[in-house]
Design a protein around this ligand. Structure first.
Ligand code: ADP
Ligand code: MG
Length: 713
């Protein structure tokens, strides 16, 4: 490799000339050149192994994945952030505290495969609480009483704190490193890791800069070596943010390319004819006018369907936002091109509901629709299969029974898939195979689970997304209150009795006492007995839980739906499809045990008729989650709040959502960085889909190295 700086452009090539000093014609002498602090990045140095001593430290370092110098530099310290005091903590808050261990014990966990739980009583100047550590039994011996700790995790209320990450603070304070902590483990401390990072500090200059200078300038990013050094020793947050940008950029490029690839390799029937049937339906048969969001969604669907590439769209909208209407539009587009359309639901109940909705949306049965599920009688099934094969039947609704081998379509063009998270790669392939030879169907996925933008950008890059936020006109408001304490509880029951006396109905949802259905059922039964002999003694009360026989369940539901019962005491069975417009009250016991989205779904069971409705959440007034439900009715806003309250890395939630798979990026907090990376990735691929420009070579290398399983098939 040549170390010579640029030569003057006009220099005669036959003369060996000396390099000149910057911005002058003074030649530099060889000695000065030799002494100059020139250092060329040598990425191979990052591959060298770190020598850890003593032996247990080496093993521990290996378990943390700290093998090479590069691994070590990528292992960033955590900020303590704004540490909180124990007395300030609110239930559900994700926070960091600095505490001292008073006592520490471990106890076995009943669930199989789980290591014993470690519980420490910890204090600061403001209070005492019990901190729980999962799956790290050795901490009992490591964190002796008197140890000062930094704990990050979630305050669960009632003086309990669930620890996500933890480190000693005394060692670090001695090293003068503020509250920065390297994630450590049994056998190696944060301080030992810090010492190693110090030793290899210069290796940051061996890091390759993957981003072209122009992009870095446009995004106002520091260079990568500088960012890495800062992430350890300087502006930690600024440094980490740059590294997170790279990581998210590469990830977005991978996802967007995957999408482009899938599109390029599959063809679909373009549906481009003028709307005829679908226009008549929209303008004269649909018994209401579309919301603005529905109209926009239909336009987007039309544009997708007109393409020779299969539609891959995710339609998000809460229950009742009118997704089925948009889906039917797409299906009718297929029919008016002489082709077929299918709608698939994850359960028979949902398939039946969709079937009923589609029929209601096409008064005078504009186009015949059929239902095919596992319980369709054999004779009926044979008849349906024949009509699908001949093309006589254009529209069908069903369960996964629709993609069984035996089902053959004449010309399937559009498939609607409800709640696609239950739809795997194999089902996807089976569905694709139902389209005519060489073609794939246009697919519209629907989901009632609001997915915050951060989540779908991170995970669903392979789908286009349309959101229905605007609810159809005429929806009644639902007022939500958090009810705490005996006096409020008594008032709440009185308020419910008022509604019942006015001829309305109420749901009572029982506490989520255990994962065992039997215990759940027993608790619901006890509450049913209590309510019908006390608070609601003057009313007709029925019970519904998962352990009842199907007949009994159906009877209870029918009685309530027909107005033969005033109060339905239930477990969360009612989450799925009960539609009783006359029910105006929803009471949830021990509401803090449910997640935000589940409570929001439950609440959607009221407010369906012509009267304003009420949702009473029995639980602690300080709960941030319950407060959020009291303040917001928009499911998307609630989903975002939920994500923020849960924070990163909590066992359920973000880990399964795929947000915790990054080394540097912290989601959802880095949502704005993700947005920038997404926009930049789109632009880079638009201008240079193969990333062939010379200045993109190093970025392209990183993209190639980053392979991962797509989350959505
Ligand atoms: P989703 O599938 O999102 O749960 P649906 O499409 O099933 O919602 O619609 C729910 C109910 O609202 C249906 O009874 C439907 O007829 C009605 N609906 C849908 N769109 C509108 C609208 N724009 N105006 C009035 N009612 C509507
Ligand atoms: Mg629906």
């Amino acid at each position: 490799m040549s170390h010579a700086p640029n030569r003057p452009l006009a220099a005669p090539s036959s003369v060996v000339e000396m390099p000149t000093a910057f911005a002058s014609h003074d030649e530099l002498d060889p000695e000065a050149l030799g002494a100059a602090p020139v250092r060329w990045p040598r990425p191979s140095r990052l591959q060298e192994a770190v020598e850890w001593k003593p032996r247990p430290a080496a093993e521990a370092a290996e378990s943390l994945g700290l093998i090479t110098v590069g691994d070590l530099l990528d292992h960033l310290p955590r900020e303590s952030g704004e540490a909180r005091t124990i007395s300030e903590l609110a239930p559900d808050e994700v926070a960091t505290v600095i505490v001292e261990v008073r006592s520490i014990t471990s106890r076995p966990v009943r669930r199989r495969g789980m290591k014993p739980l470690v519980e420490a009583v910890v204090t600061d100047d403001t209070g005492v609480m019990k901190a729980t550590f999962f799956n790290q039994p050795w901490l009992k011996d490591q964190y002796k009483p008197g140890t000062r700790l930094m704990l990050a995790g979630k305050y669960q209320g009632r003086n309990r704190f669930r620890v996500n990450t933890h480190a000693r603070t005394d060692a670090v304070a001695a090293a003068g490193e503020a509250a920065s902590q390297y994630p450590a483990t049994k056998g190696i401390t944060s301080t030992q890791i810090l010492a190693a990072v110090r030793e290899h500090r210069d290796a940051v200059f061996d890091e390759v800069e993957p981003l072209p200078a122009a992009l870095r300038v446009a995004e106002r990013l520091p260079d990568r070596p500088g960012a890495l050094a800062a992430a350890h020793f300087g502006d930690r947050e600024g440094g980490r943010a740059r590294l997170a940008f790279d990581e998210l950029l590469v990830d977005q490029i991978v996802q967007l390319r995957l999408r482009a690839e899938r599109r390029a390799t599959q063809s679909a029937e373009p549906l481009r004819d003028e709307p005829t049937l679908s226009r008549v339906w929209r303008d004269t048969l649909l018994p209401f006018s579309l919301t603005g969001d529905q109209a926009t969604a239909m336009d987007e669907v039309d544009a997708d369907l007109a393409s020779e590439r299969p539609m891959q769209r995710l339609l998000m909208g809460e229950v009742g936002s009118g997704k089925t209407v948009v889906a039917l539009h797409a299906m009718l587009r297929a029919v008016e091109h002489g082709m077929q359309a299918a709608m698939m639901a994850p359960t028979e109940t949902l398939a039946e509901q969709h079937f009923a909705t589609l029929q209601a949306l096409m008064p005078g049965s504009l186009v015949p629709v059929a239902l095919l599920t596992g319980s369709t009688p054999a004779g009926r099934r044979a008849d349906l299969l024949g009509k699908l094969r001949s093309g006589e039947l254009k529209l069908i609704v069903g369960t996964h029974a629709l993609i069984e081998e035996a089902v053959v379509f004449d010309r399937l063009a559009v498939a609607v898939v409800d709640e696609q998270h239950r739809f795997g790669v194999r089902q996807r392939a089976a569905l694709d195979a139902k389209a005519p030879e060489g073609l794939a169907p246009h697919v519209l996925h629907m989901t009632a689970t609001p997915i915050p933008r951060t989540l779908y950008l991170a995970n669903f890059g392979a789908l286009d997304v349309t959101t229905l936020r605007e609810l159809p006109k005429g929806r009644q408001p639902i007022e939500t209150f958090v009810v705490s304490g005996e006096r409020e509880r008594a008032r709440a029951y009185e308020r419910i009795r008022e509604e019942l006396r006015a001829g309305h109905q109420a749901f009572v949802v029982c506490p989520l006492v255990s994962e065992s259905e039997a215990l759940q059922a027993r608790a619901a039964t006890a509450e049913f007995e209590r309510l019908r002999t006390t608070e609601f003694a003057d009313f007709r009360v029925v019970l519904l839980h998962g352990q009842m026989r199907p007949r009994e369940k159906a009877e209870a539901m029918e009685a309530f739906a027909a107005g033969g019962a005033d109060v339905l005491v239930a477990t969360t069975v009612i989450e799925v499809g009960i539609d009783v417009p006359n029910a105006t009250v929803m009471l949830v016991e021990d509401a803090e045990r449910y997640g935000i989205s589940q409570l929001h779904q439950l609440r959607g069971r009221v407010g369906r008729g012509s009267e304003p409705s009420l949702c009473l959440l029995f639980g602690p007034a300080e709960s941030l989650r319950l407060q959020a439900l009291g303040r917001h009715t928009d499911g998307f806003q609630l989903a975002q709040i939920d994500l923020e309250l849960r924070g990163e890395g909590e066992l359920t939630g973000t880990r399964q959502s795929g947000l915790a798979r990054f080394d540097f990026a912290r989601l959802p907090e880095d949502g704005p960085i993700l947005e920038r990376a997404h926009a930049r990735a789109e632009r880079l691929l638009r201008e240079d889909p193969a990333l062939e420009a010379p200045e993109l070579v190093l970025l392209a290398e990183r993209v190639e190295a980053h392979e991962r399983e797509p989350v959505v098939a």
